[in-house]
Ligand binder design. Structure first.
Ligand code: ASP
Length: 600
């Protein structure tokens, strides 16, 4: 179906879309309905741009042709809703508007009915340049959504989810809904809780993902499931996160990782193809360790170079304490060769500030000069060390090198973060870089949480290890997990799951979850796994992010009809908001006193 101008059954409001007032209608009478987009009243002639979902057409009210309608024409204001009849005519050549698909034609109005008046909108629907604050846009989101940019973003999102459904239906996947009021599903965030009125002192949790239900559906024998699912994660404020968001959630049985990856390469090629982006599988793959080593990120942007080089071996035993000390305590020294750049002292200091913001204690900068370095710290390193560093980083005369030292994971994160900032600031991504898709594979199962002195699952606790699992050495275990990265953004991620209850219990133990706790929280899963669970695995994609990337907008809020602000509130409805005492009493809740104001 043409989304922009769907089939129309003529009724009392319209027989033609505004966007469809085209050449073949010249000479005919049409009936149109929509909003007054723009109005120019020359006293005699009145011009109205009429807008509906499909586009804009110019209406003309002639004092002598329009009869009573001309009077009504004077009254019209922006965003009034009207229904008009009139005759389609060719515009005079000098008044043709090449910007509009309907710009060669206009409708000479013979009758009009005002269906609704409008207050003056708080911001212009037309000619909006993004200068209006987000709070006011969201407070009047129904008006903001009238803007062309929002209309096309929402249409694009629909096209994307429709393509998802179509493809997966074609591959035999069943769309199955899972509950919103449920119990905790751990994906690493806090739960949103909903108090139960009927069962005092008990709470539902909103799902962080449908993970456990989709696994149960595999135990149930559905074999191929998907859902465009709402997920809820109560996380701290981070730019471009929404407390409720949408995933394309997929699970399949009797598959290994290769099968899931192959299905997903077909899916992604199909979806992008529908959007006019041609890609072809197999997509390249990179191991997690390599991604962290070379790019300092588990979602590396491969559209530009400036990779990270490990310099630890070159500097082992150095007399320069800032590096030597870090190496002796098991840390690493790594650097980026940022090439030929003339940076001012202020710009170099700016890079040091960047590194510090990213958690570094400092950042060393140096330019290659002859066999050595022009750098404040050059005098602390031997000639041999300097030339070793130059050759390790492939530095040529004048190249700028940026070097940091810290614990290995930290130095990776610092330089990975710096690499992204360099790319932004120096515009390093070639315009013709196109679409870069890459699977990140061979993830560690666990990551040590220093603060809590325990192991955390890097993906989630239901991910299957590759090969034998040694519960004594969680740090050595690799997961059968895969993430799909698109131009440096994580598009989705998934894994093969554990289908053996014994192995699942061992993994819970490795995570410090006691048997008692495991049976309390996940007893239903462990039990289900004892009734013949097939090998299974799946994936989930962030639909909001996917749509934002396709729409070329910076924020996922621009592809969500009714998003929340960065602080998790909704200026339109006022959510979240206090509730009255009776509602609280019904669910057996008494509020604590608000915390005392700080510093008072
Ligand atoms: N449930 C996972 C997530 O939300 C995705 C998956 O493993 O399929 O990230």
């Amino acid at each position: 179906m043409d989304m922009d101008a769907p089939a129309l059954s003529p009724n009392k409001y319209r027989d033609t879309w505004s966007g469809q007032v085209l050449g073949e209608r010249v000479g005919q009478e049409v009936k149109l309905s929509g909003w007054v987009h723009r109005r120019r009243d020359h006293g005699g002639l009145i011009f109205i741009d009429l807008r509906d979902r499909t586009g804009i057409v110019q209406l003309v009210f002639h004092p002598d042709q329009a009869g009573g309608s001309h009077e009504t024409g004077h009254r019209l204001r922006s965003e009034y809703v009207v229904s008009v009849t009139g005759k389609v005519v060719d515009r005079d050549p000098e008044t043709v508007n090449p910007e509009l698909p309907t710009g060669e034609y206009e409708v000479h109005v013979t009758g009009i009915e005002v269906l609704a008046e409008s207050q003056t909108p708080p911001f212009a629907i037309e000619g909006f340049q993004g200068e209006v604050g987000e709070e006011i846009r969201l407070r009047h989101r129904y008006l903001d959504l009238r803007r062309e940019q929002m209309q096309s973003a929402i249409k694009l999102r629909h096209k994307l989810t429709t393509a998802m459904r179509g493809f997966l239906d074609g591959e035999g996947f069943l769309e199955i809904e899972t509950p919103i009021l449920t119990n905790s599903t751990p994906e690493g965030a806090r739960d949103f809780l909903v108090p139960s009125r009927l069962q005092r002192n008990s709470f539902y949790a909103l799902p962080q993902s449908p993970q456990l239900f989709k696994q149960l559906l595999m135990v149930s024998g559905f074999e191929r499931y998907f859902q465009i699912a709402r997920c809820f994660r109560d996380e701290d404020l981070r730019a471009d996160r929404q407390p409720d968001f949408t995933q394309l959630d997929i699970e399949m049985s009797f598959v290994d990782g290769e099968d899931v990856i192959a299905l997903n390469e077909r899916l992604i090629s199909h979806l992008l193809g529908e959007m006019g982006i041609e890609v072809e599988g197999p997509f390249p793959r990179m191991g997690y360790d390599e991604a962290i080593g070379r790019f300092g990120s588990d979602k590396p942007d491969l559209r530009y170079g400036y990779e990270i080089t490990d310099l630890t071996e070159v500097l082992r035993g150095t007399g320069f304490k800032a590096f030597g000390g870090v190496i002796e305590s098991g840390g690493a020294v790594r650097g980026i060769n940022f090439g030929q750049r003339e940076l001012s002292r202020a710009q170099l200091d700016g890079l040091i500030d960047d590194a510090k913001e990213l958690g570094a204690k400092g950042l060393v900068w140096a330019f290659r000069e002859g066999d050595g370095w022009r750098a404040p710290i050059a005098k602390f390193l031997s000639a041999e060390e300097l030339s070793g560093l130059n050759s390790a980083m492939g530095a040529e005369e004048g190249d700028l090198m940026l070097v940091a030292a810290d614990a290995p994971a930290k130095v990776a994160a610092i330089l990975g973060g710096l690499r992204t900032r360099l790319a932004d600031r120096w515009d390093l991504i070639p315009d013709d870089a196109g679409t870069n898709l890459c699977w990140i594979v061979d993830w560690p199962m666990f990551e040590f949480n220093e603060d809590e002195n325990r192991w955390d699952a890097l993906h989630h606790p239901f991910t299957a290890p590759s090969g034998e699992f040694d519960p004594e050495k969680p740090g050595d275990a690799t997961a059968q997990a895969y993430d799909l990265v698109w131009n440096g953004v994580e598009l989705g991620g998934g894994s093969i799951r554990i289908h053996d209850p014994e192995l699942q219990s061992q993994v819970f133990k490795a995570l410090g979850i006691t048997d008692e706790e495991a049976s309390e929280r996940f007893g239903f899963l462990l039990e289900a796994l004892t009734y013949g669970a097939p090998p299974h695995g799946g994936i989930a994609y962030g639909v909001d992010r996917f749509a934002a990337l396709l729409a070329g907008v910076d924020s996922i809020r621009d592809v969500i009809a009714f998003p929340k602000t960065a602080s998790g509130s909704d200026p339109l409805t006022g959510a979240p908001s206090p509730v009255d005492d009776i509602q609280l009493r019904d669910v057996g809740i008494q509020l604590r006193k608000p915390p005392k104001p700080q510093g008072g």
